[in-house]
Design a protein. Structure first.
Lengths: 113, 113
């Protein structure tokens, strides 16, 4: 099992550009989430999904879109990148029973100039 | 919503000493408390967790204690080793909020030789 795979690992964008951060998991997990990690602020939830076709907003959803067309994939889209979105982004997945641990990918480091 | 505070933000110990990291949470209904270790350039990895019906849990050199009345929980690492050096995050999850981890702001642990 590869676990949770994120691509790309690094990306530099210009303000106003769009891009999609990819996330895939091979554990047949129902739940998937996107977090951003900023210095001194821990990890904050952006969007999450409880299954294919179902998504919901987390703590900091503005500026990001998600979709969940398959169980395996959960891409995060930045429609018009802003410098405030410079961060490290983590995707996570977990099984469907209560209080299952989240499995994280190794992150995408995104810089917006 | 849930708010998790974590202290200290940095902790330096000598190899072989013990390390303690403390977290407090605000939502008395939260019932699951995982701890994650994050090494440089990697995603967070679960190291231990505790549920609200348990006061203490131990796994080799790592233990977690929970005081529901005071709404705080702590991570204890004994006989620290250089490979314990990393950033540690606590988190809390309310009932039914399995995707909605609220993280503490992290503790940078450095184990010195």
């Amino acid at each position: 099992n590869a676990g949770v795979t994120q691509t790309p690992k690094f990306q530099v964008l210009k303000t106003g550009q769009s891009m999609t951060l990819q996330c895939a998991q091979d554990m047949n997990h129902e739940y998937m989430s996107w977090y951003r990690q900023d210095p001194g602020m821990g990890l904050r939830l952006i969007h999450y999904s409880v299954g294919a076709g179902i998504t919901d907003q987390g703590e900091v959803p503005n500026g990001y879109n998600v979709s969940r067309s398959t169980t395996e994939d959960f891409p995060l889209r930045l429609l018009s990148a802003a410098p405030s979105q410079t961060s490290v982004y983590f995707c996570a997945s977990r099984g469907g029973t209560a209080n299952q641990p989240q499995h994280f990918g190794d992150g995408t480091r995104l810089s917006i100039l | 919503g849930e708010n998790v505070e974590q202290h200290p933000s940095t902790l330096s110990v000598q190899e072989g000493d013990s390390a303690v990291i403390k977290c407090t949470y605000s939502d008395s209904a939260s019932n699951y408390f995982p701890w994650y270790k994050q090494e440089l350039g990697k995603g967070p990895q679960l190291i231990i967790d505790i549920r609200s019906n348990v006061g203490e849990k131990k796994d080799q050199r790592i233990a977690v204690t929970l005081n529901k009345t005071a709404k705080h929980f702590s991570l204890h690492i004994t006989e620290t080793q250089p490979e314990d050096s990393a950033v540690y995050f606590c988190a809390a999850i309310p009932p039914g909020g399995g995707n909605k981890l609220t993280f503490g702001t992290g503790t940078q642990l450095k184990v010195e030789l």
